[in-house]
Write a protein that binds this ligand. Structure first.
Ligand SMILES: [Mg+2]
Length: 254
């Protein structure tokens, strides 16, 4: 094991607060000399805002180390010259500055929060019925907020797929291309990378099917019984501190 990929929400923080011991664990991981990348399907803010939020919580993560699903979507939209209807959170809109959106010939769906109105979903549905492709950050069912679990983008992806009889193109986790882009950026083969996350499907099962190693932390959205859905060979740790200890042991860092 030569490199570590980390999920953000539910691993390093919940809401605006770092998880207990997360800051120290991240510092220990960096001191171990392992190269890191951070992979998130979070789509309520730009990558710059994600980095700024981490910094406010005392978590030093350079923007260049952060891979977000919306940035992966942006790359695909540009490569294919699409004009997407942006069914996204208002905080994410600046990430798509300069991208033509009219007349829309595609739909890009992020975790839009309150922007998931009937009118917006219905407009997206009508575009899909006309043959527009549906790009989505992920199929994440829910995430942990300070006051409880909240609906993520996945349920809305499923609703549109069901209504229009289409299948979404997932750009973030668990798409293998998303994991592979981070491994390629590190110059480390996927089999030598460990992915740490609190989402048993998107983070851990996704990483393992992409050829990486996977580790589930029992923080964030973790719920007792998630272990039963882990792929063979995946690891489990109580929190990031324990996950980092496992990672350093696997990398044989003293
Ligand atoms: Mg998470």
């Amino acid at each position: 094991m030569e490199a570590v990929l980390l999920d953000l929400s539910g691993v390093l923080y919940v809401g605006e607060r770092p998880l207990p011991g997360a800051r120290e664990a991240l510092e220990r991981l960096r001191a171990g000399g392992l190269p890191l990348r951070f992979l998130t399907n979070t789509s309520r803010s730009t990558r710059a805002a994600v980095a700024a939020r981490l910094a406010r919580m005392g978590l030093e993560v350079p923007e260049a180390e952060i891979f977000t699903a919306p940035r992966a979507a942006l790359a695909r939209i540009r490569a294919r010259g699409l004009r997407p209807m942006l069914l996204v959170h208002p905080g994410l809109v600046p990430e798509f500055e300069g991208v033509a959106t009219e007349p829309a010939d595609a739909v890009f769906l992020g975790d839009a929060g309150e922007a998931f109105t009937y009118a917006a979903l219905n407009r997206a549905f009508r575009l899909l019925m006309e043959g527009a492709p549906l790009l989505a950050v992920g199929r994440n069912r829910y995430f942990r907020e300070p006051d409880g679990l909240s609906l993520d983008a996945g349920p809305f992806v499923a609703a549109l797929e069901y209504a229009a009889g289409v299948e979404a193109e997932i750009v973030g986790k668990p798409a293998p291309a998303f994991f592979h882009a981070a491994c390629a950026d590190l110059g480390v083969p996927p089999a030598r990378c460990l992915m740490i996350g609190d989402d048993v499907e998107a983070d851990v099962a996704g990483a393992v099917s992409a050829g990486l190693q996977g580790l589930l932390v029992r923080t964030g959205k973790y719920r007792p019984g998630d272990e039963a859905r882990l792929p063979p060979g995946a690891l489990v740790a109580d929190d990031l501190a324990q996950a980092v200890a496992r990672a350093l042991a696997l990398a044989r860092v003293p």
